[in-house]
Design a protein around this ligand. Structure first.
Ligand code: MN
Length: 426
């Protein structure tokens, strides 16, 4: 007897074992086949994008109550995500069946295949989600410890609240951009410790932050918190996030209300949203929490994920991408279910498409630090590259790329990449 899981784990589309997009993944994105065509929803499979609007038009989701027509001919995932986790799981199962090795509906229909598949490197990826609100946490204790030590000294590194709740701030969603978008070095106020007065100019300490973003699928009504045990019904999936930061602006402005202009000039995200369903088997025990969190922050289930994360940099004088961070999402102290429960405990309503980012994901080792501020210890220990070039922070024309993947037995569940180039100040 053939085991039904193993049948579904192979597609009639050939997928390289190192590809980020095997049939076990099936991340959602929004794409345009060509510049003058309209956006539509697709899933990545191997080197291809499968156009879900074509499948929908051909009645291949007719068993699933999608509630509205042309759900996948839209320019964002918001409407689909708002339908809730039962629908997400049913649609995922239907796509998985249609792509499986022994399912003839798509495999043997050449004209439908021609209409539905596009080469992934030939399409334009668009913002997958209309992000209404963006919240950024500070969930890696390693990161908080390092940054606190640099800004306030080792004695006061962690604020007294840190081990009791996930700390966060409300970010800016209007400046969230899709991978591949160039960023301009921001202008702003900074103040040198040795000088009495601040000055105005281009930031000299532009940095990246290696983060993951949880995309909210189904929202919660105003006044009704999300119980932590129901977090999986609200989180649709994850993307890679580069939360660009200007450290010199941050240092001068951040007290008493936290980061503001230092973080609002750009945040880049990867185009493919990897679903919680796809990540399920990569759940892992997280960092030990001591003291025990309050009851509303206690989870039954494991909510850390074993996702390898890497950051590379290249630039005018660094010709090939050089790895500068190797981290893992499992290093977070506060997991994404705790972030969600904490965010809504007051009754704050989340809406489909909102993004909760983790904050910089630094680990215990020096090379697992998730930003230049930590890697170079405020610029006092510059990074050196094999050709003798050094970096304290990001220079004009540097390109920063992040990638992430879970390693299965003979496949990877990957996130693709988020990349962006820093251009000179305008
Ligand atoms: Mn951040």
């Amino acid at each position: 007897m053939v085991n039904s899981t193993s049948k579904k784990s192979k597609s009639f589309i050939n997928v390289d074992p190192k590809s980020h997009f095997p049939i076990q993944n099936l991340p959602y994105g929004v794409f345009k086949p060509s510049i003058d065509s309209r956006e539509r929803v697709g899933v990545a499979i191997g080197d291809y994008v499968l156009d879900l609007s074509v499948l929908e038009r051909n009645g291949l989701f007719s068993d699933i109550p999608l509630k509205s027509e042309n759900l996948f001919s839209r320019s964002t995932l918001n409407e689909f995500m708002s339908l809730g986790s039962d629908v997400w799981t049913k649609v995922r199962r239907a796509i998985s069946n249609l792509l499986s090795f022994d399912e003839p509906i798509l495999r043997d229909n050449e004209s439908l295949r021609k209409e539905a598949f596009f080469k992934r490197d030939a399409v334009e990826m668009c913002m997958p989600v209309d992000i209404g609100d963006y919240t950024d946490f500070y969930a890696s204790k390693y990161h908080a410890q390092n940054v606190g030590t640099m800004f306030r000294g080792a004695e006061n590194a962690l604020m007294p609240n840190y081990l009791h709740m996930p700390i966060g701030y409300h970010g800016r969603s209007s400046s969230i951009v899709i991978s591949g978008t160039d960023i301009h070095r921001p202008m702003g106020q900074t103040k040198d410790d040795s000088l009495e007065n601040p000055s105005f100019g281009a930031s000299r300490m532009v940095d990246y932050e290696l983060e993951m973003g949880a995309i909210i699928g189904a929202g919660n009504p105003l006044g009704t918190p999300v119980n932590i045990d129901n977090a999986h019904e609200h989180i649709f999936g994850l993307v890679l996030v580069n939360d660009w930061s200007a450290r010199d602006i941050q240092k001068w402005e951040y007290q008493p209300l936290g980061p503001f202009l230092a973080k609002n000039f750009a945040t880049s995200i990867s185009p493919w949203v990897v679903t919680l369903d796809a990540l399920e088997q990569f759940r892992i025990e997280g960092e030990k929490q001591d003291p025990q969190p309050l009851d509303y922050l206690k989870t039954e289930k494991e909510w850390a994920f074993n996702i390898n994360l890497e950051v590379t940099i290249q630039g005018d004088d660094i010709k090939s991408p050089q790895i500068i961070t190797r981290s893992n999402m499992r290093h977070l102290y506060w997991n994404i279910a705790q972030q969600l429960a904490h965010h809504t405990i007051t009754g704050c309503n989340l809406r489909p498409g909102d993004m909760l980012a983790t904050g910089t994901i630094s680990g215990p080792d020096k090379n697992s630090r998730g930003c230049m501020l930590e890697l170079t210890w405020k610029g006092t220990e510059p990074l050196s590259f094999p050709n003798g070039v050094t970096r304290k922070f990001i220079q004009d024309n540097d390109q920063v790329s992040m990638t992430g993947w879970c390693q299965g037995e003979d496949y990877r569940i990957g996130f693709g990449e988020v990349t962006g180039k820093l251009l000179k100040a305008k």
